[in-house]
Design a protein around this ligand. Sequence first.
Ligand code: ADP
Length: 407
Amino acid sequence: MSPTRVLVLNSGSSSVKYQLLDMSDGSRLAVGLVERIGEETSRLKHTPQGGEAREWSGAVPDHEAALKAVAAELAKDGRGLDSPDLAAIGHRVVHGGKHFTEPTVIDDAVLAEIERLIPVAPLHNPANLTGIRTAQALRPDLPQVAVFDTAFHTTMPESAARYAIDVETADAHRIRRYGFHGTSHAYVSRATAKLLGKAPEDVNVIVLHLGNGASASAVRGGRCVDTSMGLTPLEGLVMGTRSGDMDPAVIFHLMRVGGMSADEIDTLLNNRSGLIGLCGDNDMREIRRRIDEGDERARLAFDIYIHRLKKYIGAYCAVLGRVDAVAFTAGVGENSAPVREAAVAGLEGLGLAVDGELNAVRGDEARLISPAGARVAVAVVPTDEEMEIATQTYALVGKDGMGSEGD
Ligand code: ADP
């Protein structure tokens, strides 16, 4: 029997999220998280399939220690990193630039390219690299695959991917719109086609990934043609703590008139803007609770969030020409009926509407919330980035005939 298990690692600057999946039946054998790596007290939570969650706190000084702790937890379930059932490790890598259009088996050249991209992803790529190097050290014989957040967006035409700035300057600094959340947009656009009973090639979908970070994409026949995030995940929609679109002159103004440094403005726009900057809360549940109590600041924050979202829906209707479905996903998109209702309110002229009763239904399955017979399907489609990374990793490893020892 060929090994069928894939360990998915999502290494952030101070955390490692992981899942062990069995690709023979799509089951999740373990799900876990190590948080606050490098701090005085780190925390690990590990939940094996069908079992109780195990949690502990202690010192986890670096990513190597974190991965060893993960390996130890998996070993307790009899599924350690040394298991012959493990086919590959799939790594989420945030920035793959223009170069990486597909999941890629990691070798020294791939590592060097991910490293070369650090200037455009200074927060994410270093952490991803550390995760990869640590996993390689623990299992040097095992194929390791990089699945890039940007890859799904590399099909964007130049007209959507380029900023209208001096071409030489842009190219010298690799400034263009790369887009992010690509794994989610890929998964959700395909799952939406499936919900409609059609092939991805036959449908045009607007995907609204609304989590703490948020992005929209226009997907024509399975290929991304536009997305709202740009050079970095700061562009586009109003997010939990990020501003999204803004006149770039605000930055010069804050420097010249406000006396702020580039780093201070970076922190302002990434961490103290969006919903939290507007009303002090970035959790949509809390914002809705405050609105119900008559809080005006929360109301305005919600209205600004919805106004931007609507503009992107309208823009992507225009980009696609024909829209078959609008899919809501991620924490807010999957759970907030008021956001979904407000986002399409008044867009009947574009064929968009939600049915109040269907919209109020809660659940984990992909489902339609538009009225029967609607011109454009509106859907809630839960995202599953880990499953997508595992699927892409396994497909690649299988295709290359790797990981098939023991046949
Ligand atoms: P990320 O992966 O970007 O951190 P998620 O996709 O997990 O984010 O989304 C997190 C956000 O989802 C929270 O900040 C909160 O605003 C929102 N959210 C989660 N559950 C609910 C809910 N039941 N109702 C409304 N919003 C929710």
